[in-house]
Design a binder for this molecule. Structure first.
Ligand SMILES: Nc1ncnc2c1ncn2[C@@H]1O[C@H](COP(=O)(O)OP(=O)(O)OP(=O)(O)O)[C@@H](O)[C@H]1O
Length: 345
């Protein structure tokens, strides 16, 4: 007899993380596909495809199938999920009665949520049960918050394409807002800054390196790095230096938009829960939580202390992992399905 497996999936805009019961995180890949333009066959997937970004010949096309937290390119996402599941040995025939726990943003439409069921049903994996978890709940669990208590907690999850700001209490979402601001927008802002102020065009991977090294919410110069770009006047490659103050100027507008949304959500939070949030502070998760000085800026603008979560990029998959390991304890956190024709459980 083949044993049933339980896995958890964090299907992010930028990356995919898969957790296997008793094993921990078994897959961490960029959620990106490189394919031949004509045949649409996979040329590379995951981290290998990311390495090809902006380096491919004309007949190879590289793209991200998840955009703004939802599946934007269904066919390619099916190809990728098959590739990921194959990589962790979760393909058809191998497991008889598998269950997958998958997180989705809260503030999206039912149709967008249902696409997750379609995705798994169209995949090669023999997953019988699909259980949906609200991403803010998973992020909160991953931040070691007791999500089932009556206490209110605010989670700010700054991801690749989106920031999801949510208040959770008693295992549910009290309020949440998903805004289209994430790491990709900061990369674009850095590209636009160097184009406008230095006359140099850089690629998105270089912009991400600049962001990871220098992104700051503090208006002071704390360091610089040298990178290559293309001089827009001569057309030739050029090495140039960029410092953290320049990166601050490039991204600050986005940071303030996130803070404005935090205030927006706070204004709409019932007073009892607001009191809890004031006492506990905000929890910052997602890759964007690594922006230098962001907790201090949020504190300055909102008067709320900010709790930094360890390895904030892994918060959601850590939370899903906790659910996968203790399915009975966390059964109440599973989102109730809305339509019948899908394989809900
Ligand atoms: N040190 C850092 N400073 C700033 N940003 C960072 C840093 N490290 C990673 N990031 C950014 O964090 C983002 C990825 O975060 P995360 O893994 O939480 O996103 P995701 O779950 O894939 O996306 P989403 O939540 O939008 O679906 C990327 O844009 C990445 O560049």
């Amino acid at each position: 007899m083949v044993l049933a497996k339980v896995i958890g999936i964090d299907l992010g805009t930028k990356s995919v993380k898969i957790y296997k019961k008793y094993k921990g995180v078994v897959l961490l890949e960029n959620n990106i596909i490189a394919q031949q333009k004509r045949s649409k066959n996979i040329f590379a997937a995951g981290n290998k495809a990311y390495e090809m970004l902006e380096r491919t010949p004309k007949d190879i096309f590289v793209s991200y199938p998840v955009r703004s937290g939802v599946i934007a390119d269904f066919d390619n996402m099916v190809k990728l999920i098959n590739w990921y599941l194959n990589k962790i040995n979760c393909k058809k025939g191998l497991f008889s009665n598998n269950t997958a726990y998958i997180s989705v943003p809260w503030d999206i439409s039912e149709v967008e949520k249902r696409a997750i069921y379609d995705l798994i049903n169209h995949s090669n994996a023999s997953i019988k049960k699909i259980k949906i978890i609200d991403k803010p709940i998973a992020a909160a669990l991953g931040a070691d918050i007791n999500v089932q208590s009556p206490e209110g907690n605010m989670i700010v999850d700054i991801g690749g394409d989106t920031t999801e700001i949510s208040v959770v209490s008693l295992g549910g979402i009290v309020s949440s807002k998903l805004i289209n601001i994430g790491g990709n927008h900061l990369d674009e802002a850095i590209i636009n800054y160097t184009k406008k102020n230095k006359g140099i065009l850089i690629g998105s991977r270089t912009a991400e390196v600049v962001k990871m090294n220098l992104s700051t919410a503090i208006e002071t110069n704390i360091g610089s790095i040298k990178v290559f770009g293309r001089d827009l006047v001569t057309g030739l490659p050029k090495e140039f230096e960029i410092n953290s103050l320049e990166v601050y100027y490039a991204i600050k507008e986005y940071l303030y938009s996130i803070i404005d949304t935090i205030k927006f959500i706070l204004e709409r939070t019932p007073p009892e829960l607001s009191a809890d949030i004031i006492e506990q502070g905000i929890y910052l998760t997602g890759g964007g939580a690594l922006i230098e000085g962001l907790p201090e800026l949020i504190y300055k603008e909102t008067d709320l202390k900010v709790n930094c979560v360890e390895e904030p990029m892994n918060s959601v998959i850590r939370g899903i992992g906790k659910i996968v390991e203790k399915t009975n304890t966390y059964e109440s956190l599973i989102v109730a399905p809305k339509a019948k024709k899908y394989k809900y459980s």
